[in-house]
Design a binder for this molecule. Sequence first.
Ligand SMILES: NC(=O)c1ccc[n+]([C@@H]2O[C@H](COP(=O)([O-])OP(=O)(O)OC[C@H]3O[C@@H](n4cnc5c(N)ncnc54)[C@H](O)[C@@H]3O)[C@@H](O)[C@H]2O)c1
Ligand SMILES: [Zn+2]
Ligand SMILES: [Zn+2]
Length: 346
Amino acid sequence: MKALVFHGPGRRSWQEAPDPRLIDPGDAVVRVDAVTICGTDLHILGGDVPAVTEGRILGHEAVGTVVETGLAVGGVKVGDRVLISCITSCARCSYCRVGRYGQCREGGGWILGHLIDGTQAEYVRVPYADTSTYKLPDSVSDEAALLLADILPTSYEVGVLNGAVRPGDSVAVVGTGPIGLAAIATARLLSPSLVIGIDKAAPRLEAAKHFGADLVLTPGGDCEAQVMAATDGLGADVVMEAVGTPETFELCTRLVRPGGHVANIGVHGASATLHLESLWIKDVTITTGLVDTFSTPTLLRMTAAGRFDTGAFVTHRFGLHEMQDAYDVFERAADTGALKVALFRR
Ligand SMILES: NC(=O)c1ccc[n+]([C@@H]2O[C@H](COP(=O)([O-])OP(=O)(O)OC[C@H]3O[C@@H](n4cnc5c(N)ncnc54)[C@H](O)[C@@H]3O)[C@@H](O)[C@H]2O)c1
Ligand SMILES: [Zn+2]
Ligand SMILES: [Zn+2]
């Protein structure tokens, strides 16, 4: 088969790779019908995620068709159309038992395209297939389902729920790439009174407006003063970090009001400064996290019911074999206006 292989920072190729095969009885092999690229893949290529070693097939978001199942698989069968979640769950360890699949101790968690070969390929091996895939109803298209593999649950769980957004809150989202936009879309489920989007790329601020930001700002200049002016001089109730750099995290801690929440979503490759000298007295709660995907069934139901403007997330469509072009377009999002890129088996 063909797959997108990581060859160390800055180097990737679309090349021949061995067909995946069943290893454990809980595995399934899935033919990839639709796949996308995440900002996290760009972090990996930037060298921010050293656990990803050379030769790894990237990708942790896909929709596909089951082509082979191990002896222990009972919940999905050959021919089923499934969502492959970015998080794999053994369903049995102490973390999985309480829905914290991201922290699975039995070889699950974020493994696809990280610790084992991922979904940016013609076929992928999915461990613990029964509890790491979701059968898709016909009413949800491959393209819409792709958003459920990572961005919607991540933004909702790590941004909105960790940030404890409540009705009437002011919410600022730093970084309005796909994750930040999904954070805006899912924060709005809770009726905030004000949503502010902050990004340095103009097309992404346009998108933020489309998804419901009331105010969009570029960082630097009078950005911080504008946030203060829009929030009675206090700062936002909830500030979400959806970039993954020290300066954006530090910006978030300056934009939050006393008693507020900073919810870090970004993947970081360098340390940020925690200004406790100014934060300690403000009763600020700071959360970080890897998505667990416990909300996926709920978000799937809402997607099937048309509760999200899923069509607005995908800006560029490619054939699977145009993977390198898709990366080029996604990497140059500030110029290309790309949000999510979707690649389809044709
Ligand atoms: N915690 C998790 O489980 C989880 C899951 C998925 C993705 N992520 C992370 O979420 C983050 C966002 O993902 P994405 O797919 O939207 O990435 P992306 O790269 O598409 O978007 C990042 C956005 O940040 C903007 N940006 C860059 N520098 C900025 C700055 N200094 N100030 C303001 N904006 C700036 C960019 O213009 C871009 O729009 C990444 O760090 C990704 O790794 C985390
Ligand atoms: Zn991701
Ligand atoms: Zn587990």
